[in-house]
Design a protein around this ligand. Structure first.
Ligand code: C2E
Ligand code: MG
Ligand code: MG
Length: 580
């Protein structure tokens, strides 16, 4: 293209030069021609006069002839001058047109490269605003269009809804089927989502398994509600992939313009909060943002910050609750339970701060601190030379997802001079179900150290029991929800009986939680449960009180006083533990 322009411009320049040359030549020649014709006429006149003069007065002719020749020479010089001027002008025209050609060529070249750069930039910015996997617009696109949509909603005095969508437990798909399948499933879901809303609504993939839908021109909240329902219904239909039927369930958080905010930051933040709440409320649901959610979040955030300071400020401490052998009524182990007393003296229960610590990740630090405290305590009891009982430490899923957990445990126990076999670890049933290959390895490594693994709150996960076969576990702790009503509710008794049956057939120990009455204790013994803990025996107590129990146990052993095993008898150490 550029060569074509160059050739055309050069040809143009040549034509122009030749043209200028001829035109100049013609114009000058014509102008001089007139003069020349006049001169020639005079010349002839002079020649004729010279002839006559030479006839009348011989000898003058040569002078005239000389003048004539001189005159002719001047004429020739004039011709040469015309030629030179024409050539010069032609040359000048050539130079000018060459210059013009070069300038225009370079201008065109820069213009076209600028155009190409512009195109490239546009392509890049289009790509930067698209999600590579699904082809949907991404968060950068949302940032660009949302202000425009909000401005239009304001102008039209209409409602705009921002729906934050997250696929529940999508991580499990990636973990169990691989990222390739996960990606294809995401792509599929993305197209479904696109098709489940109106074509003028904006559907964006924010990243991972998170999407945002911006629905505009909405008359009422009821319409937004129906959109959310439709999305949930459409996305929940199982997807056939590689011969498998895969289902994903979405949770949705919704914020509405102008009710929940007028800027994109507010709306995104509030939809995110609503999504968070939806997930906390058992997922697979959609929730509209409320001001109360905001207040809860603020409280949560301030608690999170306070919790992070709590360890350094020495506000955390550990209490120990003993477990008893239900047959001999002797203590068999302790469970370490963390407590938080704030600087203001308020005692915050673990049920409030542990979930926050789990979400913020602070649980990893707290868990490690508890483990250190427990090991130090065991070492202190060891120095008192009382018989040591193992201590159970609650382990959050976040903790056993950490690489090198067993090494950390071995390091902390070794540092305190404690044998790892004195440590038990409790993982919740829900946590146990989430075990991946890596987590499974961590549990095996802990067991290889000599630690035992207990499944806490067993029966509350409402899940398949198949994971029990694969996990390296030693005991099941029957959740106190079943123990509480088992004496009165035949169903609960049946569940406890079934759990005992499962545990026995798998060769696992059974520990009942939350034994509060003698009746419950008797019932559990009848059903074949081997150990238990609860307020009937002792609430969680300070380490010093436990030392008293251990000393008493030691004395009893030395005494060899046979324990009656009678259920009416006060369990060993119970009085000492129960009365502060
Ligand atoms: P959990 O592991 O199931 O601990 C047993 C809970 O039941 C304790 O509550 C204990 O005080 C309570 N309990 C014991 N006997 C009875 C009884 O007879 N009746 C009733 N109603 N309750 C009884 P706590 O101390 O409030 O702990 C609650 C949960 O917090 C624990 O449940 C555990 O999941 C978590 N937790 C406590 N400490 C830690 C820790 O250090 N790390 C982690 N990850 N979680 C912890
Ligand atoms: Mg526990
Ligand atoms: Mg429990």
């Amino acid at each position: 293209m550029r060569t074509k322009i160059l050739v055309t411009t050069c040809l143009g320049a040549i034509v122009l030069t030749v043209g200028v040359f001829f035109v100049t030549h013609a114009v000058l020649a014509r102008a001089f021609d007139r003069v020349q014709t006049e001169n020639l006429r005079r010349n002839d006149e002079i020649a004729r006069l010279a002839l006559e003069l030479s006839r009348v007065q011989p000898g003058t002719s040569p002078q005239l002839q000389d003048g004539l020749a001189e005159y002719r020479a001047t004429e020739a010089a004039r011709h040469t001058m015309i030629l030179v001027v024409a050539v010069l002008l032609g040359g000048f025209a050539l130079l000018t047109s060459a210059l013009v050609a070069i300038l225009s060529w370079s201008w065109r070249a820069s213009e076209s490269s600028q155009r190409q750069r512009l195109l490239q930039q546009r392509r890049m910015s289009r790509l930067a605003r698209r999600d590579v996997l699904t082809g949907l617009p991404n968060r950068f696109h949302l940032q660009r269009v949302l202000p425009r949509l909000l401005a239009r909603a304001e102008r039209d005095q209409g409602r705009l809804a921002l729906l934050c969508i997250d696929l529940d437990h999508f991580k499990n798909v990636n973990d169990s089927l691989g990222h390739g399948t996960g990606d294809r499933l995401l792509d599929f879901i993305a197209q479904r989502l696109r098709n489940s809303v109106a074509s003028h609504d904006v559907v964006v993939r924010m990243g991972g398994d998170e999407f945002v839908v911006v629905a505009t021109g909405l008359p009422s909240i009821a319409v937004i509600d129906s959109i959310a329902r439709r999305i949930r219904k459409e996305l929940s239909v199982p997807v056939e992939l590689d011969g498998m039927s895969l289902s994903v369930v979405p949770s949705i958080g919704i914020s509405v313009y102008p009710d929940d905010g007028t800027t994109q930051e507010q709306l995104l933040k509030h939809a995110g909060i609503a999504l968070h709440q939806a997930k906390e409320r058992g997922r697979s649901t959609h929730l509209f943002f409320t001001a109360e959610m905001n207040a809860r979040l603020s409280e949560r955030l301030s608690m999170e910050a306070a919790l992070r300071r709590a360890i350094d400020a020495g506000e955390l401490f550990v209490e120990y609750q003993p477990s008893f052998d239900l047959r001999t009524l002797r203590p068999v182990s302790f469970e370490a339970l963390v407590r938080w007393r704030t600087a203001e003296g308020a005692l915050i229960p673990p049920s409030r701060f542990i979930p926050i610590a789990e979400q913020s990740g602070a649980i990893v630090e707290i868990g490690e601190w508890v483990l250190k405290r427990v090991c130090e305590q065991l070492a202190a009891w060891q120095r008192l030379q009382v018989p040591l009982l193992p201590v159970s430490v609650n382990l959050s899923v976040r903790q056993f997802e950490q690489p090198g957990l067993a090494d950390t445990v071995a390091g902390i126990a070794g540092g305190a001079g404690i044998e790892p076999r004195l440590l038990y670890f409790e993982i919740t049933e829900t946590g146990a179900m989430q075990t991946s290959e890596q987590n499974l390895g961590a549990l095996h490594a802990l067991r290889n150290l000599g630690c035992r693994i207990l499944v806490d709150d067993f029966g509350t996960g409402y899940s398949s029991l198949s994971y029990l076969k694969h996990l390296p576990i030693d005991a099941l702790k029957i959740d106190r929800a079943f123990v509480r009503d088992m004496a009165a509710d035949a169903n609960d008794a049946a569940i406890v009986s079934a759990i005992v049956g499962i545990g026995r057939s798998l060769g696992l120990h059974l520990v009942a939680e939350g034994i509060e009455t003698l009746e419950q204790l008797e019932c559990l013994r009848t059903l074949g449960c081997t150990a238990g803990q609860g307020f009937f025996f002792s609430p969680p107590v300070a380490a010093d009180t436990c030392a008293g129990l251990l000393e008493r146990l030691h004395a009893e052993r030395l005494d060899e006083t046979p324990q009656s095993g009678h259920l009416g008898a006060t369990p060993p150490g119970f009085r000492a533990l129960a009365s502060p």
